[in-house]
Design a protein around this ligand. Structure first.
Ligand SMILES: NC(=O)c1ccc[n+]([C@@H]2O[C@H](COP(=O)([O-])OP(=O)(O)OC[C@H]3O[C@@H](n4cnc5c(N)ncnc54)[C@H](OP(=O)(O)O)[C@@H]3O)[C@@H](O)[C@H]2O)c1
Length: 320
């Protein structure tokens, strides 16, 4: 990728897409082509083909997707698998047809088996059963990885699937029905402060361990990957059967530690009560990230500092 390339970022209004746009601009990539969901529905095969015919992008980032929490995933599995598979096939196929030089496709750590060894290596893909509550979503994301692999094998394309860990930062979703644990904790403690509540109830024991990466660190990792020289990029594609690379910070924290850091950032001085009647989920989820780190990338935003910055952003943007 170089600064004269025309770069298409799908889903640029989303959390990952907007971080990619910020990073691209920071790095001097000004030739960006962006379409909102309303302007281009990526599930519409004919519309995607017309768009690629007209715009002829050189590089594509594909983080667009139907994304949601456990409630949405369990209620609408058919919508999740249909929309995500359609988008992947449409974007990846047109990228090949139009000779796109590089494509980065975004999956998620839920593609890995629910009970796989920790930390999770790329090679654990397809070695066991998936978490049943979001299996439709996970299988749609695995289909994207296989689509990249198949096009690379049959057509010699350079399409890479990146698997980020849990992300947080600007553009996150704070709706309590759909949000992930970190934005949910921020919102609960902020609202407890506003109401003057003495305690906040947190689901589960607080003991499960989870990994978090600031979305701007993810975007920097993607800048590095997309601008690798050809030989190095090809090496990443061919390290293993699947053109797949994990992106995480390589460290996890307990939910209880996370809750304390959120309380400090938000200024919530009340009690954190753990509702052990609620399920904990898997005890640990940590990506093994030696491959991305060996390429010279390392996250820059520490979790405590990132949470504080995220809360400042919430207040500034009046997000809830
Ligand atoms: N957030 C995380 O913690 C996390 C962690 C690991 C991996 N990821 C992966 O990263 C990717 C992006 O996640 P995110 O958090 O950025 O999600 P997001 O904030 O929900 O963004 C998704 C984007 O896709 C767009 N989109 C959805 N359906 C579309 C369609 N039919 N046509 C065109 N655009 C469409 C959305 O536009 P509208 O909003 O207008 O519909 C939005 O811009 C996902 O694939 C996810 O699996 C996310």
């Amino acid at each position: 990728m170089n600064t004269t390339d025309k770069i298409f970022v799908c889903g640029h209004s989303g959390m990952v897409g907007s971080a990619l746009v910020r990073a691209l601009r920071r790095h001097g990539y000004a030739n960006l082509v962006l379409r909102t969901h309303a302007e281009l529905d990526l599930t519409d095969m004919a519309a995607v083909a017309r768009f690629f015919d007209a715009e002829q992008p050189d590089v594509v980032f594909h983080p667009a997707g139907r994304v949601g929490g456990i409630v949405a995933n369990s209620t609408y599995p058919a919508d999740f698998i249909r929309d995500n598979v359609q988008m992947e096939i449409n974007v990846i196929h047109q990228a090949w047809v139009h000779g796109v030089k590089r494509l980065l496709y975004f999956g998620s750590s839920c593609i890995y088996p629910r009970a796989c060894p920790q930390p999770i290596r790329e090679e654990y893909l397809l070695t066991g059963e998936l978490e049943p509550t979001n299996s439709a979503y996970a299988i749609s994301k695995i289909a994207g990885v296989e689509t990249c692999r198949s096009y690379n094998q049959q057509h010699g394309t350079r399409f890479l699937a990146v698997m980020p860990t849990n992300l947080y930062g600007p553009g996150d979703h704070y709706d309590l029905q759909n949000s992930h644990v970190l934005p949910a904790l921020i919102r609960k403690m902020h609202e407890a402060n506003t109401r003057g509540d003495a305690e906040v109830v947190i689901w589960g024991s607080g003991r499960p361990r989870r990994e978090f990466l600031h979305v701007d660190d993810l975007a920097e990792a993607c800048m590095m990957l997309a601008s690798l020289d050809t030989a190095s990029f090809d090496k990443v594609l061919r390290t293993w059967r699947y053109p797949l690379i994990n992106i995480g910070c390589g460290e996890d924290s307990t939910i209880a530690e996370l809750a304390q850091w959120v309380a400090a950032a938000v200024g919530f001085g009340g009690t954190l009560r753990y509702d052990t009647g609620k399920p904990d989920g898997t005890p640990q989820k940590l990506l093994e990230v030696s491959r991305i780190k060996a390429l010279g990338w390392a996250p820059r935003i520490g979790l405590r500092e990132g949470i504080a910055a995220t809360y400042r952003d919430v207040l500034k943007e009046k997000l809830f």
